[in-house]
Design a protein around this ligand. Structure first.
Ligand code: ASP
Length: 341
């Protein structure tokens, strides 16, 4: 082992030991504007932090960036208490859980994706298999499920009669008292988008979600759409989205963030500028309910939301934290153009 590697390992083991203490701190504002540490893992929401930690562990043990993305996202997909990622996620309007996921590798500019897949424990693994074992980029519905089963991925009978009955009862209660149910469940959706910058400067990312709770059967959101919910460019950086997918897909949101970084913006500025561009054009203005996370090749990272208070997780070899990105203010979107009336 050479000196640098020994020093690196020593630093990182201290970092991992310190991580749980840092994790318990409240969300704090901030983003890196200077050259950052590598490896680096950035993901959406505080629930991404445990995924980041798992991904960092893999990277520090010498694992690949794709393993870090896949196994990191596994942690959140496995959490049955998470109602927006994995099989614990919110069912669609027919009471069926349909999941979306994608993965992208900077080296080779490769991508794989699955959409509206049912009964598969780890859609992120199905997406990776699509990328690595087929000539395709995206498989949907029953085709995606059959492929995942042929690949030997874990399947769980999730859409049972009991679950459907429980969902119907919940829906009936919500209809009877819509105000209460809105208060209890204001969002109804979230996504893990997880971005990895390896120690060698290579980049990868992945996304996984159960999408919009109560969506029409067959609805696909932005998360499995390359350039929508996720985009990786190994020369520049990566970006991922969370929020109302319909407001991301129409603007190629994550692609836009990466292209803005290519033009020289920092990750945080690129997220903000993409949100301004969308809000200027969209009839909903700053009510689009979209947030982005991003990192660049230099190890800088950032995030922003159409509303204040978007929280995201950032993990380096020496720390693992939940931060808060800035929001786009209504007065901050500049002159209104495009098709916004
Ligand atoms: N973007 C996801 C979707 O529209 C949901 C979310 O991230 O809130 O399916």
């Amino acid at each position: 082992m050479n000196i640098n590697r020994r020093k690196f390992l020593a630093q990182t083991s201290i970092g991992l030991a310190a991580a749980p203490a840092l994790a318990s701190r409240a969300a704090e504002p901030g983003s890196a504007t200077v050259q950052g540490e590598r490896p680096l893992v950035v993901s959406t929401w505080p629930f991404g932090k445990v995924s980041n930690d798992a991904a960092m562990k893999i990277l520090l043990a010498g694992g690949s960036i794709l393993d870090a993305v896949e196994k990191g996202i596994w942690v959140t997909e496995s959490d049955r208490g998470n109602s927006s990622v994995g099989l614990g996620g919110m069912p669609n309007a027919a009471g069926v859980v349909q999941l979306d996921a994608c993965i992208m590798s900077g080296p080779g500019h490769r991508a794989g994706s699955v959409a509206a897949i049912e009964g598969i424990a780890h859609p992120i693994s199905a997406a990776r298999r699509v990328m690595e074992k087929t000539p395709h980029v995206m498989l949907v519905g029953e085709g995606a499920r059959m492929f995942a089963l042929e690949e030997g991925l874990e399947s769980i009978e999730n859409n049972t009669a009991e679950r459907y009955k429980a969902w119907r009862e919940k829906r009936a209660a919500e209809k009877a008292s819509p105000k209460d149910s809105k208060k209890k469940n204001p969002g109804n959706h979230d996504t893990i988008a997880l971005l990895v910058l390896g120690a060698d400067g290579n980049i990868a990312g992945g996304c996984s979600t159960s999408g919009w709770g109560g969506k029409l059967p067959g609805r696909v959101g932005d998360s499995p759409i390359i350039g929508g919910g996720l985009y990786v460019d190994n020369e520049v950086g990566a970006a991922g989205a969370t929020g109302l997918g319909e407001n991301v897909m129409r603007y190629c949101g994550s692609f836009l963030v990466v292209e803005l970084m290519r033009q020289g913006l920092t990750p945080e500025e690129a997220c903000l500028e993409a949100l301004r561009r969308i809000a200027r054009q969209d009839p909903k203005g700053t009510g689009i309910s979209v947030s982005f996370v991003a990192l660049d090749k230099k190890g800088r990272y950032g995030a922003a939301g159409s509303a204040k208070g978007f929280t995201y997780s950032v993990t380096t070899p020496t720390s693992s934290r939940v931060l808060t990105g800035p929001g786009v203010g209504a007065l901050d979107i500049g002159p209104i153009g495009g098709n916004r009336k």
